[in-house]
Design a protein around this ligand. Sequence first.
Ligand code: BDR
Ligand code: CA
Length: 348
Amino acid sequence: MTPTRPTPTRLVLDVDTGIDDSLALLYLLASPDAEILGIACTAGNVPVEQVAANNLNWLGVCDAPDIEVAVGARIPLVCPLRTTEDTHGPQGIGHALLPDSGRRLSDRTATDMWVDLVRRHPGELVGLVTGPLTNLALALRDEPRLPHLLHRLVVMGGAFHHPGNTTPTSEWNVSVDPEAAKEVFDAFVGLPADRRPIVCGLDVTETIEMTPTHLRRLADAAGSSPDEIISPDDDSDVRSLADNTVVRHLSDAIRFYMEFHRTHDQGFLAHMHDPFAAAVALNPSIVKTRPATVDVELQGTITRGTTVADWSGHWGRPPNVDVAVETDPAAFFEELIGRVGRYAKSVG
Ligand code: BDR
Ligand code: CA
């Protein structure tokens, strides 16, 4: 008898691609237990048109199936847009220069795509947001039952017992659009425990430190040559010579991210926030979580965009999210290297 394959997790992604969003996308494309039904683009790391182009071009580089990519919010709900090319490069993908895929964008908006997909697959989809939460907040306005229609939501965002990476207390995805983050977290108040979003904040995602050795091992797993060695001593114009296309582009993207982290005294490494959230979306058991009532500071003169977690019921409001508190980074990287390495080998 032919063994039956387990049903893959069906996902809607909402991204601001972004170097780590890029690796999250590759990780999911590489995962036989994942099926991406749609990719919503939001402005964040770079403007939304660039986010959309990056997604289409990665799909092209990977010769991936024709996954719907929908353009979403160009600006946050209330405040002006900030982008961060110093973190992710002029086009959001570090030093990588991806060929134009020639693929077309969806003719509907990201909000319409979210709403349509959750209505068509009630109780089935996992939503994964690795950018500002603007699109999802707009989708919730159109479809308030969305928290009930999703199987699960996983968000990369926030900082809890941890300093911020955008202001002293706020994390980028929440800081770019604090009103949207608040609308999303508020929408999950009163839901049963198994419907609470898993929120992966900097407390955990900054333990996901990708080093040049990880990248070298990934390239080895892909059968790429020559050896993929990114050195902190390289001249600024050094680029990958990998004969594997996926490895070459990925390496050029990640090199930029490592240079950025070094500039900020974090070492020659890269925090892979979004790939970790992607792994949680496929397998929540890789992370220990703690229920909390989470709200977002909107008024503070120096704390706007800060995620505040009430762990002890001070506010008298029930928990609305499960906050990620602990994981095994080494196990995560084993899985990532194996999956993306094998996938890159199969793509070439
Ligand atoms: C988040 O901010 C973005 O720059 C990254 O892509 C990630 O989603 C980390 O704070
Ligand atoms: Ca991101």
